[in-house]
Design a protein around this ligand. Sequence first.
Ligand SMILES: C[S@@+](CC[C@H](N)C(=O)[O-])C[C@H]1O[C@@H](n2cnc3c(N)ncnc32)[C@H](O)[C@@H]1O
Length: 394
Amino acid sequence: MTPAARAQAAIELLDLVIAAARDDGAAADTLVARYFRERRYAGAKDRRAVRDLVYRAVRAWGDRPDNGRAALLAVARQDPDLAAWFDGSMHGPAPIGAAELAAVPSRLPGWVLPELSPLVDAAEQEALLNRAPLHLRVNSLKATAEELLRHWPEAVPIPGTTHGIELPAGTDVERDPAMAQGWIEVQDAGSQIIASACGAKAGMTVLDLCAGAGGKTLALAADMDGEGRLIAADSVRDRLARLAPRAARAGAANMIETLLLDPGREEAALASLEGRCDVVLIDAPCSGAGTWRRNPEARWRLTPERVARINALQARLLRVAAPLVRPGGRLVYAVCSLLEREGREIIQDFVSFDPLWRPVPWNGRGRPWGDGTLLTPHHDGTDGFFFAVLEKPC
Ligand SMILES: C[S@@+](CC[C@H](N)C(=O)[O-])C[C@H]1O[C@@H](n2cnc3c(N)ncnc32)[C@H](O)[C@@H]1O
């Protein structure tokens, strides 16, 4: 493909990505794969170059652009080589019109900006869209960080984590024997820090209320040395199903029970745990705004209405979880979001409704924020998270 044809392909793909984001259709990665399946003439270099253009455009636009051409032109504004490929050649895009370069998009959606924590300054906003590093958690049930640092001499320990190591981006860990042996999990340092903040220990009863495919469940299992009762609950069967093979690989299958919840009827399924849990973790469903560096296209799918719906669910899950904690036990609330209403404000409301809950100070990575802690990409090198650790009165 000529460079101009690559630019045209990127425009066509961006049109598809924009339509899918608007209509809740397939993810950008799926669309890219499908596009090239139907265009076998494109070689590996072409595919890489087009994909790169598509994602540069996605990262440039906080709000969903009108069309693929406008999306790519925002990249061309700062890249004279790309601008030159708008040459009107047979397979290339039409030349750029005088007025077309006027739009300078914001990298974050306009409506999100006033919702962000004030700690999210310009440097944080920039970092929220930069490429994410590759973080691993060493599974202490099977291996030590020292062993993995020997296995990958290019790896470095992640400050502020107990078992985190960072590898150069692009390292193929999925096919490395360390993965098959269950020595490691791919997990952002922020998630590792939140699991540590739960303070789970051997012999405890711990509920991971929104366990998904078990990223944090497995970290909790390791902190519990594989001993105790660990319940992984979620309302989506497919997500919970993905936990079983991971738990087996990690050597934690014996201690993990899974519990499928019926949304709106969680209390009944959890009644037997009332007042019994040493720790309840609510890794709540959220906007995901803290993970946009991994999934920038999600900005184009999020709406204020969607955040309002999720926000109501977050408040309800706090009410479901609170009675399950034993006196003196911990309730840990976390979101991968830097929106005030999903983090600081929701915990402020919860604690003001029931002021006996005592916020437990966190001395690790992150910045104190309200009754919790904010982890951010620029300050902490993590995805964006808010978490709060609350102790139930005895
Ligand atoms: C942020 S994700 C959890 C990620 C997971 N803890 C991890 O570390 O990989 C939030 C999860 O909440 C689940 N969820 C949504 N509504 C729920 C409900 N009513 N009860 C329990 N889980 C729910 C979603 O299915 C999703 O898996």
